[in-house]
Design a protein around this ligand. Structure first.
Ligand code: ACM
Ligand code: ZN
Length: 650
């Protein structure tokens, strides 16, 4: 173990061994680099506010702060109060900081706003763990391993209010993330108002059959407020407009940018497949010069609101079938001497990259833009497909910087069985062996991704993200040789009360120590004598028995969408006296929400005891009832393939 890690471990031990407990437990997440403990302690009980001579002030022990104003002002604290000084110190690394707690007060030094934010966060984390408001005399020196530590949040499939985005930003800042990538457009909705194209957020967010989900979007001022709020917490917001695919909502507003014209309609994720019109035609026409005028206007609109030097222009999942039948697209194809339809996307990619660079910005795109080598070292790729190994190597071999966001490790719309907290913790952004130092330097960092097709509330956002984002925070901040799952496991579970105090709706994972559910490595073994009867086709190897094996991180996965008439039944070999029954289905996109839960005493006649809720769970207390069979009876259509994690009887 390196000295740095020892330092942190020592801190916890020293404090815990004091007769008079100063700090209940120092559970800093991510783990800080170096800690030196001095003699004595400092009372910070009355340290409620940071004040500067200029009159700026902010409460301590709260996420609220405005560091930009404070930096460089050499904060002077009001007489008679313990003081926090925020000092700009040349020579500290990007985002690095020091925190010194002495009898005179606290000094936080940093060379940039982010570093100051992280220093304040560390102090805040220490204070949250402090008993009787006392902290030991100590100094901390800390900096991150990776410069890009982020979250991609899908604002299209479901909408997050400005206040909810601020809440998410507070949580990111608390775990020392520095980037929020907002996926602002997709088939389901176009969320960013653009003055020149008012129709975008009208047709692009309106669903006649779903008024309660309609008309939700961000004005320019909303987004500027989000950007400013994030900046003052050391978080940069990178916007994404997803082109040339994923564009149904755009085409609902501007059908003239499609290949065939006619009427398009945005659809909410809550709609059935049958309700979704022209869902397979979701790409703009790349043979139409108007598409490029529109794209240039979008770059201008984004640049006006978002100061980030990066603009994400999507580029993922673009089928070419519609282009192949479009006279305009095919004229471009012939004129450019193309030899395969995918080159039409490459043409679009190159145009976008040039356009974005001409405005002084850098284009980021999903990794498909490099499939045929259209991306250049002046662009950045977000690597997302599968485990990311291939796309990472293909980018680095061509000198293209990458943000790692592979499905394995970083997709948190996946359930906790597929991307467990432990799997995230043991993940590493460097996926290929034998990379040169120069290639490794092109790995800017990583981000979690939360697609929100089936995530409809802020509570659920947090449930999917935490504690996995805590694990990712440490992967990206702390050197790999200082990371240790057992140590993290102890800290994170000890941290739950802090998360509760902060209002973070984390997921309490009873399979926290599991790595990942890989069916080929784990034979299903029923928890008791029983057989399973279902008319839902199996999606091998996710067999039905995984739903009754006593483990919530293994699951049955059906091989088709389900509707009325589908059932899943566990027949017990011997009757069992049951006082509680609970079924948990997928915590990812694939959960059952329209179904009844029934029990039978004789295996023939069933009685309904509960309904599944919108989160895919059903539970009932029953009074010492004899049970011979449990049945999940689907009562309505689903757009997903269902996952059943566990049928639990007590
Ligand atoms: C993606 O998940 N389509 C980037
Ligand atoms: Zn076309």
């Amino acid at each position: 173990m390196k000295k740095t890690f020892m330092g942190a471990a020592l801190l916890a031990l020293t404090l815990l061994s004091c007769g008079r407990q100063l700090v209940e437990k120092v559970d800093l997440i991510p783990q800080v680099d170096e800690v030196t403990i001095g003699k004595g302690s400092v009372s910070l009980a009355h340290l409620k506010t940071i004040r500067t001579a200029e009159g700026w002030e902010a409460p301590v022990g709260n996420f609220v702060r405005d560091v930009e104003k404070a930096m460089g002002t050499e904060m002077r604290l009001v007489e008679g109060e313990a003081s926090i000084q925020l000092v700009k110190k040349e020579g500290l690394p990007a985002e690095g900081y020091t925190v010194d707690i002495s009898r005179k007060g606290v000094t936080i030094s940093a060379n940039d706003v982010q570093g100051a934010c992280h220093g304040l966060t560390t102090l805040f984390q220490l204070m949250l763990g402090a008993a009787e408001g006392k902290l030991p005399v100590l100094s901390i020196q800390d900096q991150p391993v990776y410069g890009y530590r982020g979250l991609m949040l899908d604002c299209s499939r479901h909408f997050w209010t400005v206040d909810e985005l601020k809440e998410s930003i507070d949580q990111l800042a608390f775990f020392k993330f520095n980037t929020l990538h907002l996926h602002l457009t997709d088939n389901q909705a176009w969320r960013m108002a653009v003055d020149k194209y008012p129709e975008l957020v009208k047709a692009g967010t309106h669903y006649p059959n779903y008024p309660e989900l309609s008309d939700k979007y961000y004005t320019k001022d909303d987004l500027k407020a989000v950007v400013a709020y994030a900046a003052s917490r050391g978080v940069e917001v990178i916007p994404e407009i997803d082109l040339p695919g994923h564009s149904t909502a755009l085409l609902a507003a501007l059908p003239e940018l499609s290949c065939k014209g006619g009427k398009f309609e945005a659809y909410p994720e809550e709609s059935s497949w049958a309700e979704r019109k022209r869902a397979g035609e979701n790409m703009v026409c790349v043979g139409n010069p108007k598409t490029y005028e529109f794209a240039a206007d979008m770059v201008d609109a984004l640049a006006e609101v978002f100061p980030s030097k990066y603009i994400h222009f999507g580029g993922d999942e673009v089928p070419t079938a519609v282009w192949e039948k479009c006279p305009k697209c095919m004229a471009l194809y012939r004129q450019q001497g193309m030899s395969q339809p995918g080159e039409l996307q490459d043409y679009f990619t190159r145009k976008m990259s040039e356009l974005i660079r001409s405005k002084g910005k850098v284009m980021i795109g999903w990794d498909e833009i490099n499939d045929r080598g259209a991306a250049t070292p002046e662009d950045v790729l977000t690597v997302w497909r599968d485990n990311g190994v291939k796309a990472q190597l293909e980018a680095l071999e061509r000198g293209i910087p990458v943000i790692m966001c592979p499905q394995h490790g970083c997709y948190y719309d996946w359930g906790y069985a597929g991307n467990s907290t432990r799997k995230v913790y043991e993940w590493n952004p460097v996926l290929n062996e034998g990379l040169t130092d120069g290639q490794k330097a092109l790995i800017k960092g990583a981000q979690g991704a939360l697609w929100t097709e089936r995530v409809a509330t802020q509570d659920r956002v947090e449930w999917m993200l935490y504690p996995r984002m805590c694990a990712l925070a440490e992967v990206l901040w702390t050197p790999q040789e200082d990371r240790d799952w057992d140590n993290f496991y102890q800290r994170i579970t000890a941290y739950y009360p802090v998360m509760k105090q902060l209002g973070i709706n984390y997921y309490e994972d009873d399979a926290m120590n599991e790595k990942e559910f890989v069916p080929s490595e784990e034979k299903p073994a029923l928890v008791r004598n029983a057989n399973i009867d279902t008319n839902i086709p199996v999606n091998p190897p996710y067999h039905a028995e995984y739903a009754f094996d006593g483990k919530s991180n293994t699951f049955f996965w059906g091989g088709s969408t389900v509707g009325e008439g589908h059932y899943f039944q566990v027949n017990l070999g011997e009757p069992m006296t049951v006082s509680e029954v609970k079924v948990i289905t997928g915590d990812s996109k694939d959960y059952i929400t329209r179904a009844d839960l029934l029990l039978s005493e004789d295996g023939q006649a069933f009685e309904k005891v509960a309904e599944f809720d919108e989160l895919g769970q059903a539970e009932a207390k029953v009074d010492a009832r004899t049970v011979r069979a449990v049945k999940i009876q689907v009562t309505g259509p689903h757009t997903c393939w269902p996952i059943i994690k566990e049928v639990m009887l007590k």
